[in-house]
Design a binder for this molecule. Structure first.
Ligand code: SAM
Length: 211
């Protein structure tokens, strides 16, 4: 199997729906974001360990979230949970600028190293810190994506979203959550649940307190 086979499967099962998301998946090879030990499984639709009790999400989950975000070329995007850097590179293939935050220093380094092979790396700023507070310095954002499970939708993230912006976030417990799509329309916040998901927990001030 290769990356093109993976994209073909994502299309076949309708996880990838749009031409733009398809092109992004073709441009970013998942193998470059997988630890050596699991590289033979890079093109399976499975989450895989990346160390420190964290995972790179299954490609179908990544595709679902990217389609829900409806990213446009000029978008500035905030990602909470850099992990391997795979999703950050896909975001960079779709938008204009990406700020991604990781709380574990070794994973921040892992992602930066993996991203050396990403042709869109110049568009990505990788930060170390508690992403549950967002990143005020570059706000507001057109799109925010959270790739770890939060107990609630942090106010900080809503505040940092542009009017007309969109946030995709898993909300719930430390094992299972519901995936929310949140839209900001002036003072109004529209929320809908896409479905059930399972992410590692968001740990931080507006996240869970323990791993
Ligand atoms: N997007 C990643 C990728 O493409 O590989 C996968 C992310 S992994 C499922 C979730 C990540 O969120 C982990 O790396 C974890 O350390 C990180 N995380 C958890 N709480 C966080 C927080 N408060 N701020 C930033 N990152 C956090």
């Amino acid at each position: 199997m290769n990356n093109e086979d993976l994209v073909a499967e994502l299309l076949r099962w309708n996880y990838v729906k749009s031409e733009r998301v398809k092109e992004a998946f073709l441009a970013v090879d998942r193998k470059n974001f997988i630890p050596e030990k699991y590289r033979d499984k890079a093109y399976y639709d499975d989450p895989l360990p990346i160390g420190y009790n964290q995972t790179i999400s299954a490609p179908s989950m990544v595709a679902t979230m990217l389609e829900l975000l409806e990213i446009e070329e000029k978008d500035k995007i905030l990602e909470i949970g850099t992990g391997s850097g795979y999703n950050a590179c896909l975001l960079a293939a779709l938008g204009e600028r990406v700020i991604t935050i990781e709380r574990i220093p070794q994973l921040r380094d892992f992602a930066k190293k993996n991203m050396e092979k990403c042709e869109y790396r110049e568009k990505v700023l990788v930060l170390l810190g508690d992403g549950s507070e967002g990143y005020e310095a570059e706000a507001p954002y057109d799109k925010i994506i959270v790739t770890c499970g939060a107990p609630d939708i942090p106010d900080s993230l809503i505040k940092q979203l542009k009017d007309g912006g969109r946030l995709v976030i898993p909300v719930g417990g430390t094992f299972f959550q519901e995936l929310y799509v949140v839209e900001k329309e002036g003072e109004k916040i529209k929320k809908r649940v896409w479905g059930d998901v399972a992410f590692v927990p968001m740990i931080g001030k507006h996240g869970h307190r323990w791993a």
